[in-house]
Design a protein. Sequence first.
Length: 96
Amino acid sequence: MSMQALNQLVARSIIDPSVVQAFSAGRMEEVISELDFSNDIHKRLANLEAKSWAEYAVLAYRYVKATEEVAVRIQLPSPLEGLLPGQDRAEDEQAA
């Protein structure tokens, strides 16, 4: 979710000059508060120090990427499991 909010911030900076102006004025917290960041990430991004907007965006990306949890994928068995001849599992189970 945080990566999506960061993408929105960067995309908004392309079309809305007020984002870069807020960065230049040191008011990023105002812009960030409008997006869906967690409190921890919000505080960290509000306090990031960078010389340019591009550097800020790179640092923000690195921080969000490092803190974002990898979504656990559900491991489902293959539909072919137990149906192909010569598999041990096919012999152990019976189909209904």
